[in-house]
Design a protein. Sequence first.
Length: 327
Amino acid sequence: MAYFLISVSNKTNLELCIKYGLAGFTNSISGLWTFVEIEEGDYVSFLYGARVFNLYRVINKRAFMNAETLAPWPSVTFQMSGKTYCFPFRLYLEPVRKLSEPMVRPEFAYVAENLLLRGGYRKTHFQADQVTFYNVSQMGEIYLEEIKALNMNSSQTFIPLLTWDRTKVNIPEIFHFQELILQSLIRHYLSEENLQRQFLQEIGVKNSVNFEALGEKALPEGHVDILLKEREPEGKCHKIIIEIKTGKVSKNNIKQLKRYMKEMSNECIAGIIIAFQFSKSMLEYAKSNDISCFSYSFESLNKNLKYSFKDLLHKLKLTFEGGRVYE
C-alpha cells in the first residue's frame, strides 16, 4: 500500500474530483505514468493551492476511449504548446476522511520538501512516505457525505500498452517505452518484500523488509529516481538511493549519484545504479566510488510487440553486476 498526493490544476477540477470521487489524468506520458504508479488499494489525497484535501482509497482504475467527450472534466489546451489534452486515465475513489490542511504543517514535511526544491508542483503526483500517511489518517474527520455517481458504463475502456517501436505509437492506447515507466516498474518491483529482500541481499544490506520504495525524491542538487527509506526508523532513518538509466551509464551518472550520497550523509547506507548495460570500465569506476550496479532486462521480450504495464512487471529482472558489498 502506498500514499500519493495528486496535483489538481484549478479549483473547478478540484471540486469535480471531490463531487464525483474521481481522479483523472491526461493523455500524455505523465498521465500514463501516474495511472500506472497508483494501484487499487493505495490511498490518495488532492493537492491544490498548497493545501491537502481529503483522504481516499483507490477502489478501481479504468482507461476510457474517446475521453474528450466524457464528463466531468473538459479538455484543456496549454498556451505554451498549443496542445489539447483530455482525461482518459481515471481512478475511482472511496472517501475515508474529510480534511483541508495547509502544506506548512510539519506532518507534510516529506512532500513539502519535494515541492520547495522543485520550485512548485511541476508533477502530476507526489508519493508520500508511510509516516505522512499515518499522520493524515488522524486528521480531519470521518467522511460521511455521499459522492455523486457518474455513470460511464456505456463508455468503451482499454488497457494502455507500451512499445519499443515508435511506428506503433497511438496515444493514449499505445505509448513509447520511456524512463519514467521504467522507474515505476522498478519501484513496484522493489515494493514486493521478497523481491526487495533478494535485491538488497545481493549487496549485503540486511533487514530489507523494513524499507519502503518511494518515487522521485528531490534534493538541492537534483533528484533521485527511487528512495528506499526505512519504514519505521528508530533513532536513524537509513536510506538507499537508486538512479535508473534506460541505456548505458556514464562517469557523470556515477559522479552525480556520489554527490547525492554525500548530501544524505551517514543516513545513506548504499547507492545503486540500475541500467540496461555497463561497460567494464564503468563497473570498475562505480565500485571505486562505493556504488553498486544492477542491469535490468525483460524475460522473453519481443520489441516488435506491445505490452501492458503488468506484463512488463512480470517480465522484469534485475541482475547484480558488481560494486561495493555493504556489510
